[in-house]
Design a protein around this ligand. Structure first.
Ligand code: NAD
Length: 499
């Protein structure tokens, strides 16, 4: 079992209350780590350290290339510690080892990409306004200040990197609160940050719960921006709390992404793609393809293949490379998913595969739910409208592409979407009509550091990744430099100033 303290102002310290909480392995319920429980006062200590590092420390003022080299060092160290981080992510989050390997590899790669962004000069000459002899006009991008970052449990290290990376690249300082369910790799990241020589107070990591540490970070007048990833329900709360100081917010929230198979799709590819879209990480992905729209013409053939393949998915020990689906994160999440399955049945949908907790004795201590496929689903049903965050697919038949697009857009969410077709022109037309931040054609789950990622509607506000994502961590400043010189040439010469 590991022990973790808070990481504040470059030091590992106990919480003021000396309280700890246990992080549990969702496969066998063993304690993975005892973690210091950061409360309100601890969050304030983290915020104060980040404030001081921003106002007085070298980080926001150092040359861009130097900041970039620090971020590159973090990336290199994640690579060096890859094996340990993979093992820890599996234990702490129930991620299959196959997914965890990808997560840790991508955490390092994403940080490397943020290090390159840190070196970019974002200053622009404002074309059309600058005119020799009149004025020069610059758009200067400056860090926002202290960033409060709050993350969920489904991609623990990756989410920490997605917050810390761009915030630091733009010159901000950070207070991060990892999820109380998966704090371990974020705390290992604290060690990496120390080893990489990042100046004290630039990154502070306060593990703890939403209602005390989380809310304090959001409410603190010393925090300039909140970057939150989590459920839409908590996102609404975060936005309301942040409004007290008109704090800037980036919200990356829930989804109910629509996956539309057109009648000319390669069926074998689309079946595999639909399974990857929903069952990857047991359906605990924000942009999972949870609603599958099938044309009536190919419905039977598609469903025969989908059902046969879903039955072959292997639930098991996440450490076993043969395992396709591990446990859900917690008993609470397992109960929530089972609750949705019961409601789906009550509302008249049919469970075609799965629908229960597996009975194998070897899985009895894990929070498992079978991969579940619902048919006879109406898009208005709860299982088609609410984010379940488990391995539950709602299949909906459609008669025309217009109907499929209309149903797909009938949702409060707009995070991801997908179209399967051999005809790129048809697919692009549907992609454009979907009200979602990312749409894949014949693909799913591909998120790149080079492209913006985020939600339409109640899936969020703002973007992560790409230059748009970096700019979320900057303030835009207009600097006007006069070139007229003499007083007489000024446009205000005749207005208020006496001659
Ligand atoms: P959650 O909203 O319950 O918690 C997210 C984080 O917020 C946790 O660290 C939690 O402690 C904290 N929190 C809870 N209440 C808070 C409060 N009142 N004030 C401040 N912080 C508070 O979400 P979760 O269950 O951890 O994660 C699953 C959710 O995250 C899903 O809805 C999923 O769609 C979403 N998610 C979105 C993205 C995205 O990029 N859009 C990515 C991953 C996960």
């Amino acid at each position: 079992m590991r022990h973790y303290q808070l990481f504040i102002d470059g030091e590992f310290v106990d919480s003021v209350s000396r309280q700890t909480f246990d992080s549990i392995n969702p496969f066998n319920q063993e304690v993975v780590a005892k973690v210091a429980r950061g409360n309100t006062e601890d969050a304030q200590r983290g915020v104060a350290a980040a404030r001081k590092a921003f106002d007085e420390g070298p980080w926001p003022r150092m040359p861009r290339e130097e900041r970039a080299s620090f971020l590159k060092a973090i990336s290199d160290k994640i690579n060096e510690k890859q094996k340990d981080l993979v093992a820890l992510e599996v234990l702490d989050s129930g991620s299959t080892v196959r997914k965890a390997k990808e997560d840790i590899y991508l955490s390092a790669r994403n940080m490397h990409s943020f290090s390159k962004m840190a070196a970019l000069d974002l200053t622009e000459n404002i074309e059309g306004l600058s005119k020799p002899g009149f004025s020069q006009n610059f758009l200067v991008r400056e860090p926002v200040g202290v960033v409060g970052a709050i993350i969920p449990w489904n991609f623990p290290l990756k989410m920490a990197i997605w917050k810390i990376g761009p915030a630091l690249a733009a010159g901000n300082t950070v207070v991060l609160k990892p999820s109380e369910l998966t704090p371990c790799t974020a705390m290992e990241l604290a060690t990496i940050i120390r080893e990489a020589g990042i100046p004290k107070g630039v990154v502070n990591i306060v593990p703890g719960f939403g209602e005390d540490a989380g809310e304090e970070i959001v409410k603190s007048p010393l925090v300039d921006k909140v970057s939150f990833t989590g459920s839409t329900a908590v996102g609404r709360k975060v936005m309301a709390l942040a409004s007290q100081h008109l704090k800037k917010v980036t919200l990356e929230c829930g989804g109910k992404s629509a996956n539309i198979v057109l009648d000319d799709a390669d069926l074998n590819l689309a079946v595999d793609g639909a399974m990857y879209a929903i069952f990857y990480h047991q359906g605990q992905c924000c942009e999972a393809g949870t609603r599958l729209f099938l044309p009536k013409t190919t419905y039977d053939e598609f469903m025969d293949k989908l059902i046969a393949k879903t039955k072959k998915l292997k639930l098991g020990d996440p450490n076993d490379v043969a395992t396709d689906l591990g446990p859900l994160i917690s008993k609470r999440q397992q109960d929530r998913v089972l609750g949705y399955i019961a409601e789906g049945k009550e509302q008249g949908a049919h469970v075609t595969v799965g629908g229960s907790v597996p009975t194998e004795p070897s899985l009895s201590k894990g929070f498992f739910v079978e991969p579940t496929v619902f048919t006879n689903v109406d898009n208005a049903m709860k299982i088609a409208q609410e984010e379940i965050f488990g391995p539950v697919l709602a299949v909906i038949q459609y008669s025309s592409v217009d109907e499929a697009v209309a149903l797909a857009n009938r949702s409060i969410y707009g995070l991801g979407g997908g179209v399967w077709s051999k005809d790129k022109v048809r697919a692009m037309d549907v992609a454009r009509r979907l009200r979602a931040g990312t749409v894949w054609v014949n693909e799913w789950h591909l998120i790149s550091e080079k492209a913006p990622f985020g939600g339409y509607k109640q899936s969020g506000i703002g973007r992560e990744f790409g230059l748009d994502g970096l700019k979320e961590y900057t303030e835009a400043k207009h600097v006007h430099v006069d070139e007229l010189g003499s007083r007489e040439k000024k446009f205000w010469y005749d207005t208020v100033v006496p001659k």
